[in-house]
Design a protein around this ligand. Structure first.
Ligand SMILES: [Cu+2]
Length: 409
């Protein structure tokens, strides 16, 4: 009977426990999301909120090029405004207000663009299991003290009854204490399929120098509904890499979520020809995905793209390359000191490596990036010519250095 009671309480707790989410904003745990807004790389930092209802601190970290731009923010009906100033990169703070814990949406709006970012506020109150554990141990202590007192007065039946109830409380508290580390874990859903991605480019054949929109619509392959459950993956909902086939054009941007399952970025091409769009994202509980599409840009045929530095590697073997940035003031971008994106000539292969060794977390929670060298370990499955782009942040500017990579048999 006691065991049934204990199991019953455990089941109830499993049902009421809040599922873990990749978008959780809790006290002391900030959420970082990269967004490309009006051509600027912006890191949206939603600070862990100390209490609900209470203030929600949102920082927009703008990277160069920064233009004069007004961004309206809204959450839970509270609004704020941030005004970027031309050539003034850095942190632009805003204070909003949240009424309660649970799922929320942060809306960012400019005169031309809208993005809606889902996140979850974890209310900083004790979890149910904590109340049961502490309550159970507290009750045990009181009851056992009472039992001892009754025993001392030779009231044996009372002592036995109090002691028995005390033992039950102890069992419940101990059981919950043992299982509680697992209560917050969401059951992994192995059946969730990859999203199907549909690329739309508007206009469908952009011209050189003309702004166009790249849109990926993500659809759940099983239900046909928008796949709108993206986890935060390397500090963004989606990483979009758009390159020209000849490697001369490269943009790594972070599309806006303009609708359920819809991600959009605006770009301007500088050369005609075939282009490739690769999007990297991760559905919650479904693992990472890389999807791609192609489109053409019209205009005069450009001269062959120049890739100044060249590396030569053997195929099929990991190699570590060292890049000297010449800077000791590197900043973390997308949670890493450096990124190396690689692509083969026809675009069927896209690789993304990170430099992590140059970064350390300091005791106050900030990230220190050492320089000036960045190291990347990469391997290429097949021989051939590849393009590589090293990216890092310095003085709130994203630096991109193209490389040509010859992979030998
Ligand atoms: Cu990215």
């Amino acid at each position: 009977m006691f065991i049934r009671l204990v199991l019953g309480i455990s089941v109830v707790l499993l049902v009421v426990a809040t599922p873990a989410s990749a978008h959780v904003v809790a006290a002391g745990a900030d959420l970082q999301l990269a967004q490309t807004i009006a051509g600027s790389e912006v890191t949206v930092v939603i600070r862990g909120t100390p209490e609900v209802p209470g203030p929600l601190y949102v920082d927009l970290i703008a990277h160069q090029p920064v233009h004069d731009l007004t961004i309206d923010l809204a959450v839970d009906g509270s609004v704020g405004t941030v005004r970027f100033q031309r050539d003034r990169p850095g942190t632009y703070p805003a204070v909003l207000h949240v009424r309660d814990g649970g799922p929320h949406e942060l809306r960012l709006e400019t005169s031309a663009e809208i993005s809606v970012l889902p996140f979850r506020v974890q209310a900083p109150r004790p979890a149910t299991w904590e109340l049961v554990v502490y309550g159970g141990f507290g009750t045990t202590g009181l009851l056992l003290a009472a039992a001892i007192a009754a025993g001392a007065r030779s009231r044996r039946p009372t002592a036995v009854a109090l002691g028995g109830v005390g033992v039950v409380a102890l069992i419940i508290a101990a059981t919950v204490a043992v299982v509680s580390p697992h209560l917050g874990d969401r059951q992994r859903d192995p059946g969730r399929p990859n999203a199907q991605a549909f690329l739309t480019v508007t206009p469908d054949r952009p011209a050189v120098g003309e702004e166009f929109t790249v849109r990926f619509d993500l659809v759940d392959g099983a239900t046909g509904q928008p796949a709108d459950d993206l986890a935060v993956h390397h500090a963004a909902l989606t990483h979009l890499v758009v390159t020209s086939q000849d490697g001369g054009f490269f943009r790594h941007v972070h599309p806006l979520r303009t609708d359920r399952g819809r991600l959009e970025a605006r770009l301007t091409a500088d050369r005609a020809g075939r282009y490739l769009a690769h999007a990297e994202f991760e559905r919650t509980d479904a693992g990472g995905q890389l999807v791609s599409g192609r489109f053409d840009v019209s205009g005069p045929v450009p001269p062959e793209a120049a890739h100044p530095a060249a590396w030569t590697f053997p195929a099929g073997r990991p190699v570590t390359v060292q890049v000297d940035t010449g800077s000791t003031g590197l900043q973390s971008w997308l949670g890493m000191p450096g990124h190396l994106i690689t692509r083969d000539r026809d675009g069927t292969f896209l690789g993304h490596a990170h430099e992590q060794s140059a970064m350390t977390s300091t005791s106050d929670g900030t990230v220190a990036v050492h320089g000036p060298e960045l190291r990347f370990t990469v391997s290429f499955p097949r021989p051939g010519r590849y393009f590589g782009w090293v990216q890092y942040a310095e003085d709130f500017r994203i630096v991109t250095v193209p490389h040509l990579i010859e992979v030998t048999p």
